[in-house]
Each structure stands twice: as structure tokens, then as C-alpha cells.
Ligand binder design. Structure first.
Ligand code: SAH
Length: 249
């Protein structure tokens, strides 16, 4: 299944805001093919454009159809979304397994996800065009979602099923400092701890081992080692640095 080849089909939508919100819902999840069957409003209505909130490329490229059959032409599978379970119907799936079977069975062809009218949903004749009847599991005594919110959930599940449920990898992290850099750092640290009298009061070998552990755990980078060694230099030789920095303490 490819998200680019997944159509969202809205049948008989009445409110332009819902078309816009559906476009936005699609765009956030990487879906771009919006098909409108017999819409009862215009896709370029200002409210649709406002609710699309920048996803107006999806709105602008929306295809219009007189009936569902024409919107499904060329598709391998159609999933019809309905809040109601209906008797004597095609296989009924909850949204998540439906998205998973789209990913498993979809192959390379186009897939369609069909959403009904705000007030009356899809007709039985329209559902007859679909291979699966898909329900979004809801609370049992209130099952009807807003159509654009249904699109959002379906688009999210499709994205997850397509394996796009991870964040892009951040830039490669700076590698930890080399062993010899760290050894020089520990030498510098020991020199400083000794000079300020810190090591005299404890078991110096044990103290150094514990300090080494702390700094190893910190996975210092070369840059961080340089910064800390700058600090040690100031502690070891304050007068020189005061003069160099023009310090007037
Ligand atoms: N009273 C209508 C509800 C329409 S809501 C009905 O009974 O069908 C508009 C569209 O949103 C529905 O046609 C359907 O495609 C989708 N939808 C809303 N809630 C849904 C749910 N729980 N499961 C699947 N689709 C849902």
C-alpha cells in the first residue's frame, strides 16, 4: 500500500468546513488524493479554504465525481466507513485491522476510503461498492464522529499501518571524545583537584576513579572536553587568565 495511492472519497458532503478539515487531516498524514462525490457545497468555499489551513493544494487538486462508481474507478479495494453496523453486509472490520489489511492486501494498486454524508452517512447502494465495511470503535451509545475527524483517524491508522509511525532521525550526534583525549582530560582534572587540595582529604586513587566514572558516563564530546579543560586552566592559573581577559577584580 502506498499513502500516495490512497484516495479519500467524501460522498455528498454538506459543510465546506468539513471538506477543508478533511484536506488538512489528509495532508498531515501524507495523503493527497481527495475525491468528492456529488458535494453539496464548493471545495473553494472560503470556509473550506480556511479549515484546510494551508493544505489547499489537496483541496485545489480534489477530483469531482457525479457518483461513487466513478470515484472508485481504477481502485483495487474500497473501504466504506460507517458508524452503524448493518445486516447482511460485506466483512466488517474495526478501523485498525482495516488499515492493516489495506497494508497487507493493497499491493501496488489504488485504495479508496469512502466517507458518508454528515447527516445520513452512506446509502446501502453506496456500501455495496465497498469490499469492507469499516467501523471506528467508539462508545456504544454515541458512535457518530464528525466526518473530518473520521478522516483524521483513518489517515493516522493508514500512516501507522504503512510503517510511517516514527519520527525522522535527528542529525547524527557528535561522537564521544577519543580515549586519549579523555586520558589527557583526566590528567588535567587530577592536576587541578590536586592543586586546590581536594585530593589530600580523600583516598586520591578512589576519588579519581569515581571522577572518571562520572565523566565517562557523561559521554563528553571533544568540544565539551575542550570547554572543561578551559575551566581547569582558569582554576590552575587564575592570574594569567585575569590579565589576558582584562579582568579588574
Ligand atoms: N448518522 C450518520 C453519521 C454520519 S457521520 C450515520 O449513521 O452513518 C459522517 C461519516 O463519518 C459517516 O458516513 C462515516 O463515513 C464517518 N463516521 C462517523 N463515525 C464513524 C464511526 N464510528 N465509524 C466509521 N465511520 C464513521
Amino acid at each position: 500500500m502506498s499513502l500516495e495511492r490512497t484516495r479519500i472519497v467524501l460522498v455528498g458532503t454538506t459543510h465546506p468546513g468539513n471538506i477543508g478539515a478533511a484536506a488538512r487531516a489528509m495532508r498531515t498524514m501524507g495523503l493527497r488524493q481527495l475525491h468528492l462525490v456529488d458535494p453539496q457545497c464548493r471545495a473553494d468555499d472560503p470556509e473550506a479554504v480556511a479549515r484546510a489551513a494551508g493544505a489547499d493544494d489537496v483541496l485545489g487538486r480534489a477530483r469531482h465525481h457525479a457518483d461513487l462508481a466513478s470515484a472508485l474507478a481504477g481502485c483495487r479495494l474500497a473501504f466504506g466507513l460507517s458508524a452503524r453496523s448493518r445486516a447482511e453486509r460485506q466483512p466488517r472490520l474495526a478501523l485498525r485491522p482495516a488499515a492493516e489489511s489495506a497494508a497487507a492486501e493493497g499491493g501496488e494498486g489504488d485504495l479508496a476510503w469512502v466517507f458518508g454524508r454528515e447527516r445520513t452517512g452512506l446509502t446501502n447502494a453506496e456500501l455495496d461498492h465497498c469490499h469492507y465495511l469499516v467501523q471506528i470503535p467508539t462508545d456504544s451509545d454515541y458512535s457518530s464522529l464528525n466526518v473530518a475527524q473520521s478522516v483524521q483517524l483513518a489517515a493516522w491508522e493508514l500512516r501507522m499501518a504503512a510503517g510511517a509511525g516514527t519520527l525522522p532521525q535527528p542529525e547524527a550526534e557528535e561522537p564521544p571524545a577519543a580515549v586519549d583525549t579523555l586520558e589527557r582530560f583526566f590528567g588535567h582534572l587530577e592536576e587541578m583537584a590536586g592543586r586546590v587540595g581536594y585530593l589530600d582529604r580523600h583516598n586520591p586513587a578512589l576519588t579519581m576513579r569515581r571522577l572518571r566514572n562520572i565523566f565517562r558516563r557523561a559521554r563528553l564530546t571533544e568540544d565539551e572536553v575542550r570547554m572543561l579543560r578551559g575551566l581547569f586552566s582558569h582554576v590552575l592559573n587564575p592570574r594569567r587568565w585575569r590579565e589576558q581577559d582584562g579582568w579588574k577584580g
